[in-house]
Structure formats: structure tokens, C-alpha cells
Design a protein around this ligand. Structure first.
Ligand code: AMP
Length: 295
């Protein structure tokens, strides 16, 4: 595994890779890696000849009162995980490398960036779309891999790839969970033992709604209410909403299209998000990927 700490170093390594031919896959992360990130790397290895991963805690996606300066990190452990998982190139830039003095060009994801997490984290998805567009432009991967865990992020980036005609296949992979159901997240490190127990209400609520869906319930209100009734252990419920999983539009009435039941809430200082797809399709996560590359 080669490590690049700045863009010129990365470009040299990428040039060599491109000369070898084959497909280059990209897995962007904010570090403090866990099995969710490892699974993205595995999906990437299965589809690509080489894997470029990045670790960058992107300042433009954090609000002024958020956890940018406290975001968990352990670079030695992350490097070991990437090496073990077979990453070809690991890109670890400083913030000043991506945001040089006078930086002023942002990608605005439009209305999809204003709902759900966007309404609690103003500017968050503008920062996400901007940094991912920059990383795409620097790495120029053939495929890029994202987790269903961040369903709204995946929807926004899929739209961005399409709207900007980026020649990249965007792949969305399923959420990896702890043995007890808690969705893996770098922010789980903020939870005390008691808080972690309470955090389980999120995956239980989503499982209860999934169960109701499988038993034939199609009423959006009933599915949302089933989940909401189990979310009492959160310190703050920010949202529990049923949305079209591709557009993030609220689903009212009956579930007919690929639906995402999305939850966000706070426990202690941790803000946690999770979701499930409600669909009759055998493997609904696959439907989130953007396979056709825009002309
Ligand atoms: P992050 O480092 O949290 O910004 O996440 C980097 C990538 O890993 C994003 O595409 C996330 O959606 C994905 N990811 C985070 N947690 C999980 C998980 N539990 N399962 C699968 N993918 C995940």
C-alpha cells in the first residue's frame, strides 16, 4: 500500500496505476475506520483492479457547533486496516491541501440537501457534495463506493454524478451492523455503555417497521408510527420519516416505490442516524447504485 499526503504525490501514484490499465475504485472516508468502511473496501476490491481510499475529515461539512475538532481519529489503526483490506493507495490530505487560501467554489445539492439531516445541519450536504466532487476530480475513479447507512448522502451524490455528467459508476453497499443491530459508525465512540444500550432503540424501531412491512403494512403513517413508538430512549428525536429512497421526497399514503425509513436522533453528545429500505425487491440496496454512466 502506498500513502499519498498531498495531491502531487497522489497524481504520481495514480499515473502509474493508470498505465497498468484496469478499473480504479474509490472509497472516501473520514477515518476512525470500522467494519462498515472495510466492507466498502471489499466491495471495491471485488469490482475493481485497484482501490484508492481517502481519509479526510472535511471541515466544510461541519456546522460551527458540531464535532469537527473532536471527531475520533486513530491514523495508525486506520492505516493497518487499509493495508489488511488490500487498499492500493491511501490518500490522507491536510485540510489546507484541499481548501487553499481563497477557496470559494461550492456544489449546491439543491432541495435534496435541505430535508432530513439537511434541515438539522444547514450547509452539511453542500460541504459533502463539494468535497466528494473535489476528490472525484483528483482521483478520477471508474467506480466509487458509499454506504447505505448515509442514505441521503448517497441520493445526493448519485444526483450530483448524474447532473454533472461525471463518468463514475456510483455503488451503494449495505449497512454493516454490530451483532446487536447498532449500525456501525465512527461516532458510536462517543457513547457511554448506558448510552450505547439506549442507542439500540434505533435499530429496534427500524426492525419493527421492517417486520410490519413484511407482514403487509403499506400505510406510511402506520409504518412511521410503529418506529416512532420505540424511539423513546433517545434524548432527542430529530426525525423519523418515510421517504422515496432515490429522491428523498416524503412518502404519504401507501408505500409503492423503493422507500427508506430514516431516523436521526441524539444520545448524549452523539448524533446518530440509521435507515432501512422498505421494498419487495430481493436486494433493495442494489437499486440505490447508479450503474448507467451519464453521457
Ligand atoms: P464516514 O467515514 O462516516 O464519512 O463514512 C465513509 C463511508 O462509509 C460512507 O460512504 C458511509 O456511508 C460508509 N459507512 C459508514 N458507516 C457504515 C456502515 N455501518 N456500513 C456501511 N457503510 C458505512
Amino acid at each position: 500500500m502506498r500513502i499519498a499526503r498531498n495531491i502531487p504525490e497522489l497524481r504520481v501514484l495514480l499515473k502509474t496505476l493508470r498505465k497498468q490499465g484496469g478499473r480504479i475504485g474509490f472509497v472516501p472516508t473520514m477515518g476512525y475506520l470500522h467494519e462498515g468502511h472495510a466492507s466498502l473496501i471489499q466491495h471495491c476490491r471485488a469490482r475493481c483492479d485497484s482501490v484508492v481510499a481517502s481519509i479526510f475529515v472535511n471541515p466544510t461539512q461541519f456546522g460551527p457547533d458540531e464535532d469537527l475538532n473532536h471527531y475520533p481519529h486513530d491514523l495508525d489503526r486506520d492505516q493497518a486496516l487499509c493495508l489488511n483490506q488490500g487498499v492500493t493507495i491511501l490518500f490522507i490530505p491536510e485540510a489546507t491541501e484541499l481548501y487553499t487560501t481563497g477557496f470559494s467554489t461550492f456544489i449546491d445539492p439543491g432541495p435534496m440537501g435541505q430535508v432530513l439531516c439537511g434541515s438539522y445541519r444547514p450547509g452539511h450536504f453542500r460541504g459533502v457534495a463539494t468535497v466528494v466532487a473535489k476528490l472525484f476530480s483528483i482521483v478520477q475513479p471508474d467506480l466509487a463506493f458509499f454506504g447505505q447507512k448515509d442514505l441521503q448522502q448517497a441520493a445526493i451524490l448519485r444526483r450530483m454524478v448524474w447532473d454533472l455528467n461525471l463518468p463514475i459508476e456510483l455503488v451503494v453497499a449495505p449497512t454493516i451492523r454490530e451483532h446487536d443491530g447498532l449500525a456501525m459508525s465512527s461516532r458510536n465512540a462517543y457513547l457511554s455503555i448506558g448510552e450505547r444500550m439506549r442507542a439500540l432503540c434505533i435499530s429496534r424501531a427500524l426492525a419493527a417497521a421492517t417486520n410490519a412491512f413484511q407482514k403487509g403494512v403499506r400505510s406510511a403513517t402506520e409504518l412511521v408510527d410503529t418506529a416512532k413508538s420505540l424511539l423513546g430512549d433517545l434524548d432527542e428525536l430529530q426525525y423519523c420519516e418515510l421517504v422515496d429512497a432515490l429522491t428523498m421526497d416524503t412518502i404519504e399514503g401507501q408505500v409503492k416505490r423503493l422507500a427508506g425509513l430514516c431516523v436521526a436522533g441524539k444520545i448524549g453528545r452523539a448524533r446518530l442516524i440509521d435507515n432501512v429500505l422498505l421494498s419487495e425487491a430481493a436486494d433493495p440496496t442494489r437499486l440505490l447504485s447508479l450503474v448507467a454512466i451519464p453521457d
